[in-house]
Design a protein around this ligand. Structure first.
Ligand code: ATR
Length: 265
């Protein structure tokens, strides 16, 4: 029986998750297939039920815009996913469907604090959707002191009651840029485009969760050696999913990153 796995979302055709998982299957001689499934808000529940009922499905990843809806369709949700409020990984354990979140871990690994030795005083997070919440959860775990959140819809962030968090309007980001130790974009766009007119590249560590193209508009504002690419978070959130599913440790990702680099130029 060939095991089946998926990435489900509204725009998964170009997702690189199938490339990552199918590469690991081949490397580890696993008889499984990982495919993408595109659903819309109307057909999501009926289609996902088919996947859950299929005997060959052993797990799947969930992406935009279903990470929050998914929580309600499972037998159990783990603590990280409860705290973040979103599920990006579903796995069958003892015949029950369990929802988990590995996005926060993927973010932590891609930042790689130990190697970079960055200060943890101020971080700016742009956007306040599902991905942003996993990033914020991760930043708190890493003990960043002040988290400035900039969002297009200010009403969504103004109601956050957390002394560690400062909500700001996107147009005010430039005021805080110099003091920041890290800036993370969790939106699909380059929100700095119209507010930064300085041609000089910004000397602050910057991370984009968008992974295609590699050099996003957002990252282009920053010095080359300060850019953390989105593909890093994608691979590092997939790694614990694979390890959980097959109880095999992934030790080397160099060759995989080279393969992915060719696909996202
Ligand atoms: P995800 O799961 O990837 O985080 P999401 O929950 O839909 O996706 O959140 C998308 C985030 O990107 C939101 O913060 C959204 O801002 P709003 O809260 O104002 O909707 C932000 N975003 C999306 N498109 C944007 C745009 N064109 N300009 C600025 N922000 C945008």
């Amino acid at each position: 029986m060939i095991k089946k796995l998926y990435v489900v979302g509204s725009n998964t055709k170009k997702s690189l998750s199938p490339v990552i998982f199918n590469y690991w299957f081949k490397k580890n001689n696993i008889s499984a297939k990982y495919k993408f499934k595109e659903y819309n808000k109307k057909n999501f529940k009926t289609e996902i039920k088919k996947i859950l009922d299929q005997k060959t499905t052993i797990g799947f990843n969930v992406t935009i815009p279903f990470k929050e809806t998914m929580k309600k369709m499972l037998h159990k949700v783990d603590l990280h996913a409860v705290k973040i409020g979103a599920v990006n990984f579903v796995v069958k354990e003892n015949n029950k469907w369990i929802g988990k979140n590995t996005d926060w871990l993927g973010f932590e690994k891609s930042i790689n604090l130990n190697k970079r030795k960055i200060k943890k005083n101020i971080v700016i997070v742009i956007g306040y959707g599902g991905a942003s919440k996993a990033v914020i959860y991760s930043l708190k775990k890493m003990k960043f002191k002040k988290i400035i959140i900039a969002n297009r819809t200010v009403s969504k962030i103004n109601k956050i009651k957390d002394s560690q968090i400062k909500p700001i309007e996107i147009k005010d980001i430039s005021k805080y840029l110099k003091a920041a130790n890290l800036i993370v974009n969790t939106t699909p766009v380059d929100v700095l485009k119209n507010i930064i007119n300085n041609k000089r590249k910004i000397d602050v560590l910057a991370c984009d969760i968008v992974y295609s193209p590699k050099e996003t508009g957002f990252l282009s504002h920053f010095k080359k050696n300060k850019r953390i690419y989105g593909i890093s978070m994608l691979v590092h959130q997939a790694k614990p999913c694979f390890e959980n599913l097959f109880s095999i440790k992934i030790r080397n990702t160099k060759e995989l990153f080279l393969l992915l680099d060719k696909k996202i130029k």
